[in-house]
Design a protein around this ligand. Structure first.
Ligand code: PYC
Length: 310
Protein backbone atom coordinates (compact mmCIF):
# COMPACT_ATOMS: atom_id res chain seq x y z
CA UNK A 1 0.00 0.00 0.00
CA UNK A 2 1.63 3.25 -1.16
CA UNK A 3 0.98 6.27 1.02
CA UNK A 4 2.13 9.89 1.20
CA UNK A 5 2.03 11.70 4.53
CA UNK A 6 1.69 15.45 4.87
CA UNK A 7 0.62 17.81 7.61
CA UNK A 8 -1.60 20.87 7.47
CA UNK A 9 -0.94 23.23 10.36
CA UNK A 10 0.42 20.26 12.31
CA UNK A 11 -2.52 17.92 11.55
CA UNK A 12 -1.38 14.84 9.61
CA UNK A 13 -2.99 13.44 6.44
CA UNK A 14 -2.10 10.06 4.94
CA UNK A 15 -3.05 9.83 1.24
CA UNK A 16 -3.58 6.20 0.18
CA UNK A 17 -2.60 5.86 -3.46
CA UNK A 18 -3.27 2.15 -3.90
CA UNK A 19 -3.97 -1.03 -1.97
CA UNK A 20 -7.22 0.12 -0.31
CA UNK A 21 -10.44 -1.93 -0.30
CA UNK A 22 -12.63 -2.11 -3.40
CA UNK A 23 -15.71 0.02 -2.59
CA UNK A 24 -17.43 -0.50 -5.95
CA UNK A 25 -19.03 2.30 -7.96
CA UNK A 26 -21.82 4.80 -7.37
CA UNK A 27 -22.10 7.99 -5.32
CA UNK A 28 -19.19 8.64 -2.96
CA UNK A 29 -21.60 8.91 0.00
CA UNK A 30 -22.60 5.26 -0.64
CA UNK A 31 -18.99 4.15 -1.06
CA UNK A 32 -18.15 5.94 2.23
CA UNK A 33 -20.98 4.02 3.96
CA UNK A 34 -19.52 0.76 2.61
CA UNK A 35 -16.09 1.73 3.95
CA UNK A 36 -17.58 2.47 7.39
CA UNK A 37 -19.72 -0.68 7.49
CA UNK A 38 -17.39 -3.30 6.01
CA UNK A 39 -13.80 -2.11 6.33
CA UNK A 40 -13.15 -0.79 9.86
CA UNK A 41 -10.17 -3.15 10.04
CA UNK A 42 -8.60 -1.43 7.01
CA UNK A 43 -8.90 2.13 8.26
CA UNK A 44 -7.87 1.26 11.80
CA UNK A 45 -4.80 -0.59 10.51
CA UNK A 46 -3.53 2.48 8.64
CA UNK A 47 -4.54 5.12 11.25
CA UNK A 48 -3.88 3.50 14.65
CA UNK A 49 -0.49 3.05 16.23
CA UNK A 50 2.00 1.51 15.53
CA UNK A 51 1.56 2.25 11.79
CA UNK A 52 -0.43 5.44 12.22
CA UNK A 53 -0.40 8.17 14.84
CA UNK A 54 -2.95 10.03 16.95
CA UNK A 55 -4.93 12.67 15.01
CA UNK A 56 -3.97 11.28 11.60
CA UNK A 57 -6.65 11.43 8.90
CA UNK A 58 -6.63 9.01 5.96
CA UNK A 59 -7.52 10.07 2.41
CA UNK A 60 -8.45 7.09 0.27
CA UNK A 61 -8.32 8.04 -3.41
CA UNK A 62 -11.24 6.69 -5.46
CA UNK A 63 -12.56 7.20 -8.98
CA UNK A 64 -14.80 10.33 -9.02
CA UNK A 65 -18.35 10.11 -10.43
CA UNK A 66 -17.87 13.54 -12.04
CA UNK A 67 -15.03 13.26 -14.58
CA UNK A 68 -14.21 16.98 -14.25
CA UNK A 69 -12.82 16.24 -10.76
CA UNK A 70 -9.11 15.43 -10.47
CA UNK A 71 -9.95 12.66 -7.99
CA UNK A 72 -12.55 11.35 -5.61
CA UNK A 73 -11.56 10.95 -1.97
CA UNK A 74 -13.01 9.39 1.17
CA UNK A 75 -11.59 10.68 4.45
CA UNK A 76 -11.52 8.80 7.75
CA UNK A 77 -9.78 8.80 11.11
CA UNK A 78 -9.23 5.86 13.47
CA UNK A 79 -12.76 6.32 14.84
CA UNK A 80 -15.01 7.13 11.89
CA UNK A 81 -15.42 7.78 8.18
CA UNK A 82 -15.76 11.56 7.62
CA UNK A 83 -18.07 13.41 5.22
CA UNK A 84 -15.36 15.93 4.31
CA UNK A 85 -12.07 17.11 5.73
CA UNK A 86 -10.66 20.60 5.22
CA UNK A 87 -7.11 20.04 6.42
CA UNK A 88 -7.10 16.72 4.53
CA UNK A 89 -8.14 18.49 1.31
CA UNK A 90 -5.27 20.99 1.71
CA UNK A 91 -2.86 18.08 2.35
CA UNK A 92 -4.27 16.06 -0.57
CA UNK A 93 -3.92 19.01 -2.97
CA UNK A 94 -0.28 19.60 -2.00
CA UNK A 95 0.32 15.84 -2.32
CA UNK A 96 -1.22 15.69 -5.83
CA UNK A 97 1.04 18.59 -6.84
CA UNK A 98 4.06 16.83 -5.29
CA UNK A 99 3.21 13.79 -7.46
CA UNK A 100 2.96 16.00 -10.56
CA UNK A 101 -0.74 15.09 -11.00
CA UNK A 102 -1.90 18.74 -10.81
CA UNK A 103 -0.27 22.15 -11.25
CA UNK A 104 -0.91 25.58 -9.78
CA UNK A 105 -4.46 26.84 -10.30
CA UNK A 106 -8.00 25.62 -9.66
CA UNK A 107 -9.15 22.00 -9.49
CA UNK A 108 -12.22 20.09 -8.34
CA UNK A 109 -12.22 17.20 -5.86
CA UNK A 110 -15.22 14.95 -5.18
CA UNK A 111 -15.98 13.99 -1.56
CA UNK A 112 -18.93 12.15 0.05
CA UNK A 113 -20.29 15.58 1.15
CA UNK A 114 -20.09 17.02 -2.39
CA UNK A 115 -17.62 18.57 -4.82
CA UNK A 116 -15.15 21.09 -3.40
CA UNK A 117 -12.90 23.44 -5.33
CA UNK A 118 -9.24 23.90 -4.48
CA UNK A 119 -6.85 26.57 -5.65
CA UNK A 120 -3.14 25.83 -5.35
CA UNK A 121 -1.40 29.21 -5.32
CA UNK A 122 2.10 27.95 -4.51
CA UNK A 123 3.38 24.40 -3.84
CA UNK A 124 2.22 24.62 -0.20
CA UNK A 125 -0.69 27.06 -0.11
CA UNK A 126 -4.24 25.95 -0.88
CA UNK A 127 -7.61 27.70 -0.75
CA UNK A 128 -10.55 25.32 -0.36
CA UNK A 129 -14.04 26.42 -1.37
CA UNK A 130 -16.12 24.05 0.72
CA UNK A 131 -19.65 22.71 0.31
CA UNK A 132 -22.53 24.89 1.57
CA UNK A 133 -22.44 24.99 5.36
CA UNK A 134 -25.25 25.90 7.74
CA UNK A 135 -26.29 26.37 11.33
CA UNK A 136 -29.21 24.14 12.26
CA UNK A 137 -29.78 24.98 15.96
CA UNK A 138 -28.81 28.06 17.99
CA UNK A 139 -28.27 28.09 21.75
CA UNK A 140 -28.99 24.47 22.61
CA UNK A 141 -28.45 23.80 26.31
CA UNK A 142 -27.16 20.38 27.30
CA UNK A 143 -27.11 19.03 30.81
CA UNK A 144 -23.57 17.60 30.98
CA UNK A 145 -22.80 15.29 33.93
CA UNK A 146 -20.22 16.87 36.29
CA UNK A 147 -20.17 20.09 34.21
CA UNK A 148 -23.77 21.27 34.43
CA UNK A 149 -25.56 23.22 31.68
CA UNK A 150 -23.48 23.92 28.54
CA UNK A 151 -24.94 25.99 25.69
CA UNK A 152 -23.82 25.81 22.06
CA UNK A 153 -24.86 25.84 18.40
CA UNK A 154 -25.24 22.83 16.11
CA UNK A 155 -23.80 23.43 12.64
CA UNK A 156 -22.76 21.48 9.55
CA UNK A 157 -19.59 22.08 7.52
CA UNK A 158 -19.17 18.63 5.96
CA UNK A 159 -19.26 17.02 9.44
CA UNK A 160 -21.54 17.76 12.42
CA UNK A 161 -20.35 20.18 15.09
CA UNK A 162 -21.47 21.34 18.52
CA UNK A 163 -19.85 24.77 18.92
CA UNK A 164 -19.42 26.34 22.35
CA UNK A 165 -18.53 30.05 22.39
CA UNK A 166 -17.04 31.15 24.71
CA UNK A 167 -15.05 28.05 25.57
CA UNK A 168 -15.69 26.57 29.04
CA UNK A 169 -11.94 26.88 29.78
CA UNK A 170 -9.09 28.76 28.10
CA UNK A 171 -7.98 27.35 24.73
CA UNK A 172 -4.26 26.94 25.54
CA UNK A 173 -1.93 23.99 24.85
CA UNK A 174 -1.49 23.35 28.61
CA UNK A 175 -5.25 22.70 28.85
CA UNK A 176 -5.41 20.12 26.03
CA UNK A 177 -6.11 17.16 28.34
CA UNK A 178 -8.88 19.01 30.21
CA UNK A 179 -10.32 20.43 26.95
CA UNK A 180 -10.41 16.91 25.48
CA UNK A 181 -12.20 15.42 28.50
CA UNK A 182 -14.70 18.29 28.59
CA UNK A 183 -15.41 18.02 24.86
CA UNK A 184 -15.92 14.23 25.09
CA UNK A 185 -18.43 14.76 27.92
CA UNK A 186 -20.30 17.36 25.84
CA UNK A 187 -20.38 15.15 22.72
CA UNK A 188 -21.68 12.22 24.81
CA UNK A 189 -24.38 14.45 26.34
CA UNK A 190 -25.42 15.71 22.87
CA UNK A 191 -25.69 12.18 21.51
CA UNK A 192 -27.58 10.98 24.60
CA UNK A 193 -30.03 13.88 24.26
CA UNK A 194 -30.52 13.16 20.54
CA UNK A 195 -29.14 16.59 19.56
CA UNK A 196 -27.70 16.58 16.03
CA UNK A 197 -28.54 17.28 12.41
CA UNK A 198 -32.02 17.68 10.89
CA UNK A 199 -32.16 13.98 9.99
CA UNK A 200 -30.82 12.70 13.28
CA UNK A 201 -27.14 12.81 12.26
CA UNK A 202 -25.10 12.54 15.48
CA UNK A 203 -22.64 15.21 16.59
CA UNK A 204 -19.18 13.92 15.63
CA UNK A 205 -17.03 16.94 16.55
CA UNK A 206 -17.06 19.53 19.38
CA UNK A 207 -15.54 23.01 19.05
CA UNK A 208 -14.58 25.50 21.77
CA UNK A 209 -14.01 29.09 20.64
CA UNK A 210 -11.79 31.55 22.52
CA UNK A 211 -10.78 35.14 21.79
CA UNK A 212 -7.02 35.71 21.97
CA UNK A 213 -5.42 38.97 23.17
CA UNK A 214 -3.88 39.56 19.72
CA UNK A 215 -6.49 41.68 17.85
CA UNK A 216 -5.25 40.43 14.44
CA UNK A 217 -6.49 36.92 15.33
CA UNK A 218 -10.30 36.66 15.26
CA UNK A 219 -10.45 33.53 17.42
CA UNK A 220 -8.63 30.43 18.57
CA UNK A 221 -10.33 27.05 18.62
CA UNK A 222 -10.06 23.62 20.14
CA UNK A 223 -11.66 20.86 18.05
CA UNK A 224 -12.41 17.33 19.26
CA UNK A 225 -12.44 14.71 16.45
CA UNK A 226 -14.37 11.39 16.35
CA UNK A 227 -11.29 9.39 17.40
CA UNK A 228 -11.06 11.52 20.61
CA UNK A 229 -7.91 13.33 19.45
CA UNK A 230 -7.84 17.12 18.98
CA UNK A 231 -7.32 18.78 15.62
CA UNK A 232 -3.87 20.38 15.46
CA UNK A 233 -5.12 22.57 12.59
CA UNK A 234 -8.07 24.99 12.94
CA UNK A 235 -10.26 22.26 11.30
CA UNK A 236 -11.57 23.10 7.83
CA UNK A 237 -15.05 21.63 8.22
CA UNK A 238 -15.27 23.05 11.76
CA UNK A 239 -14.21 26.51 10.55
CA UNK A 240 -16.89 26.19 7.85
CA UNK A 241 -19.54 25.39 10.46
CA UNK A 242 -18.31 28.30 12.56
CA UNK A 243 -18.52 30.68 9.56
CA UNK A 244 -22.16 29.58 9.13
CA UNK A 245 -22.84 30.57 12.76
CA UNK A 246 -21.05 33.94 12.42
CA UNK A 247 -23.05 34.67 9.25
CA UNK A 248 -26.36 33.65 10.86
CA UNK A 249 -25.60 36.00 13.79
CA UNK A 250 -24.62 38.86 11.42
CA UNK A 251 -21.25 38.83 13.15
CA UNK A 252 -19.21 38.62 9.91
CA UNK A 253 -19.99 40.14 6.51
CA UNK A 254 -19.65 38.12 3.27
CA UNK A 255 -16.06 38.20 1.89
CA UNK A 256 -14.65 39.74 5.06
CA UNK A 257 -11.51 37.79 5.89
CA UNK A 258 -10.60 36.63 9.40
CA UNK A 259 -7.78 34.58 10.87
CA UNK A 260 -8.72 31.50 12.86
CA UNK A 261 -6.02 29.85 14.97
CA UNK A 262 -5.92 26.30 16.33
CA UNK A 263 -5.06 25.45 19.93
CA UNK A 264 -1.40 24.99 18.88
CA UNK A 265 -1.37 28.33 16.98
CA UNK A 266 -1.57 27.19 13.35
CA UNK A 267 -3.78 29.45 11.25
CA UNK A 268 -6.33 29.52 8.41
CA UNK A 269 -7.61 32.57 6.61
CA UNK A 270 -11.41 32.31 6.41
CA UNK A 271 -14.20 34.04 4.53
CA UNK A 272 -17.55 33.13 2.96
CA UNK A 273 -20.07 34.05 0.31
CA UNK A 274 -23.82 33.46 0.56
CA UNK A 275 -25.00 29.96 -0.34
CA UNK A 276 -28.05 29.16 -2.46
CA UNK A 277 -29.92 27.29 0.31
CA UNK A 278 -29.64 29.83 3.12
CA UNK A 279 -26.17 28.80 4.33
CA UNK A 280 -22.67 29.95 3.42
CA UNK A 281 -20.01 28.85 0.96
CA UNK A 282 -16.83 28.88 3.07
CA UNK A 283 -13.34 29.62 1.76
CA UNK A 284 -10.34 28.58 3.81
CA UNK A 285 -6.67 29.05 3.06
CA UNK A 286 -3.87 27.11 4.73
CA UNK A 287 -0.51 25.47 4.14
CA UNK A 288 0.52 21.82 3.98
CA UNK A 289 3.91 20.11 3.73
CA UNK A 290 4.72 16.62 2.45
CA UNK A 291 6.66 14.63 5.08
CA UNK A 292 7.04 11.05 3.82
CA UNK A 293 6.40 8.67 0.95
CA UNK A 294 6.16 5.08 2.14
CA UNK A 295 4.96 1.57 1.46
CA UNK A 296 2.91 0.07 4.29
CA UNK A 297 3.52 -3.62 4.95
CA UNK A 298 1.04 -5.98 6.66
CA UNK A 299 2.83 -9.09 7.96
CA UNK A 300 0.31 -11.87 8.73
CA UNK A 301 2.51 -12.89 11.70
CA UNK A 302 2.34 -9.38 13.21
CA UNK A 303 -0.03 -9.46 16.23
CA UNK A 304 -0.61 -5.69 15.79
CA UNK A 305 -0.97 -5.66 12.01
CA UNK A 306 -4.51 -4.20 12.39
CA UNK A 307 -3.34 -1.49 14.81
CA UNK A 308 -3.62 -1.14 18.55
CA UNK A 309 -7.31 -0.56 19.34
CA UNK A 310 -7.83 2.61 21.39
O1 PYC B 1 -10.04 19.86 8.75
O2 PYC B 1 -12.13 19.33 8.42
C1 PYC B 1 -11.05 19.15 8.95
C2 PYC B 1 -10.90 18.01 9.88
C3 PYC B 1 -11.86 17.14 10.28
C4 PYC B 1 -11.24 16.24 11.16
C5 PYC B 1 -9.91 16.60 11.26
N1 PYC B 1 -9.73 17.68 10.47
Amino acid sequence: MHVIDSHTGGEPTRVILDGGPDLGNGPLAERAQRLARDHAEFYQSVMCEPRGQPAMVGALLVEPVDPSCVTGVIYFDAGAVLGMCGHGTIGLTVTLAHLGRIGLGRHKIETPAGIVEVELSDPNTVTVTNIESRRVHKDVTLDVPELGPITGDVAYGGNWFFIVDPAPLPVHPENIRALTDTAIAIRTAAITAGIGGENGEPIDHVIFQDTPDDPTIHSRNFVLCPDDTYDRSPCGTGSSARLACLAADDALAPQEEIIQESVIGSAYRLSYTAGSSGGVIPRLTGQAYVMAESRLLFDVKDPFKNGIPS
